[in-house]
Design a protein around this ligand. Structure first.
Ligand SMILES: Cc1ncc(COP(=O)(O)O)c(C=O)c1O
Length: 386
């Protein structure tokens, strides 16, 4: 099958401003850590940015009707959720968005709940506002990661006011289903919590039997207590354009959220807004082609890791991130250091599980051309079987 877009050859990023690539400048290490992809942005996004550059004036800008319409129609089309324009609060990033949520909801000493392992800035956000991080662990049952409902309910009783959800989940790659989301909604109701649902990976569902259901779209009750965070940045690979948004249906919660932003959160930059409009309106075909590449990369990772003694992974339902358990391998080899350091020595730069709250694991970013992924997997195979 020929794809209309070229995901076989990534953009040349060595020597560029990329954080992911600069860490290994001058070293023979394939970077597979920071969560951006080695692909150029979709052609409609690049065209829109070029047209805006040609205008040449970069004065202060407000989101215009076209960008609102593109986002609202895109979310309705892709996720079956029709939001109102006034629910949107524009942000320069999703990390900013969940830090503002912590600031909005709790006071110093209050608990903020999340389930580990999780995207590391979740673990730091409560401490940024003198609040307490309260966690339980997700459990691996067979080939998927699931909630420990009893422990989660017990943890929520510990003075928690905010539930931070990562959905789809980085790093375990789960797309939580209606049943799981319903249980989360029930817990939020029972403990009178606000939920901040980080849905930045919602456009990257790889499992064809699954669909992303926004938590707030379940019903109006949970919608009223939810701050949903979304962005075009992961799906269309434009994170450094810094454009994201919160969706907050409840007017009182939204006003409190805006108050917590006042004076410290800047407006979104105009190029980010231009790219966002083009991505949501015209980025569908590129996204479909991307998903085909990511699905096949995900299958390669699972197949390759399954063959390696002491390593284990689970199918990636969404994201371009694989979460790999290295504990048996480390134990069999008598290694006490981090698995990321082991693989870095073997020429593959991965994220270390310790940063996500679960040592002994690594996260592999497979958002790259298949040949580069193959080279990295081969290096891992050699290192593990040597
Ligand atoms: C779950 C999650 N949230 C947020 C972010 C980053 O968002 P932003 O760059 O918009 O702050 C990432 C990036 O990897 C992520 O995986």
């Amino acid at each position: 099958m020929t794809l209309p877009f070229d995901f076989a050859h990534g953009a040349e990023r060595a020597g560029s401003d990329s954080i992911k690539w600069r860490r290994y400048a001058g070293r023979d290490v394939i970077p597979m850590w920071v969560a951006d992809m080695d692909f150029a942005a979709p052609p409609p996004v690049l065209d829109a940015l070029r047209a805006r550059l040609d205008h040449g004036v970069f004065g202060y800008a407000d989101p215009w009707p076209g960008v609102l319409e593109a986002v609202i129609d895109g979310i309705a089309r892709d996720h079956g959720w029709r939001i109102q324009p006034e629910w949107l609060v524009w942000l320069p990033g999703v990390v900013t968005g969940f830090n503002v949520a912590v600031r909005t909801v709790g006071r110093p000493g209050d608990g903020v709940f999340t389930a580990t392992p999780v995207y590391p800035p979740f673990l730091h956000a409560p401490g940024n506002f003198e609040q307490r991080l309260v966690t339980t662990s997700l459990l691996r049952t067979g080939t998927r990661w699931e909630w420990d409902w009893d422990r989660s309910a017990a943890a929520l009783a510990d003075g928690v006011r905010l539930f931070m959800l990562c959905h789809p989940h980085n790093p375990v790659g789960r797309v939580f289903d209606r049943d799981e989301l319903g249980r989360i909604a029930e817990l939020a109701e029972r403990h009178d919590l606000v939920v901040c649902s980080d849905e930045i990976h919602c456009g990257l569902v790889l499992d064809p039997t699954k669909a992303h259901v926004p938590l707030a779209a379940l019903d109006e009750r949970i919608g009223r207590r939810t701050i949903t965070l979304m962005a075009p940045s992961k799906t269309w690979n434009i994170p450094a354009l810094y454009c994201a948004f919160a969706i907050i249906p409840d007017g009182t919660l939204r006003a409190r959220y805006k108050h917590a932003m006042a004076g410290i959160v800047p407006h979104v930059n105009v190029l980010g807004l231009v790219a966002t409009e083009a991505a949501y309106r015209d980025g569908g075909p590129w996204r479909e082609a991307l998903l085909a590449t990511l699905r096949s990369n995900a299958a390669r990772v699972t197949d390759a890791i399954d063959l390696l003694p002491g390593l284990a992974t689970t199918p990636v339902e969404a994201t371009y991130l694989a979460w790999i358990d290295c504990r048996d391998f480390l134990a069999a080899r008598g290694l006490t250091g981090s698995p990321a350091a082991f693989f870095e020595q073997a020429g593959v730069g991965l994220s270390d599980g310790r940063d996500f709250g679960l040592p002994g694991f690594v996260r592999l970013n497979f958002g790259c051309p298949p040949a580069r992924l193959e080279a990295a997997l081969e290096r891992m195979r050699r290192a593990v079987t040597a």
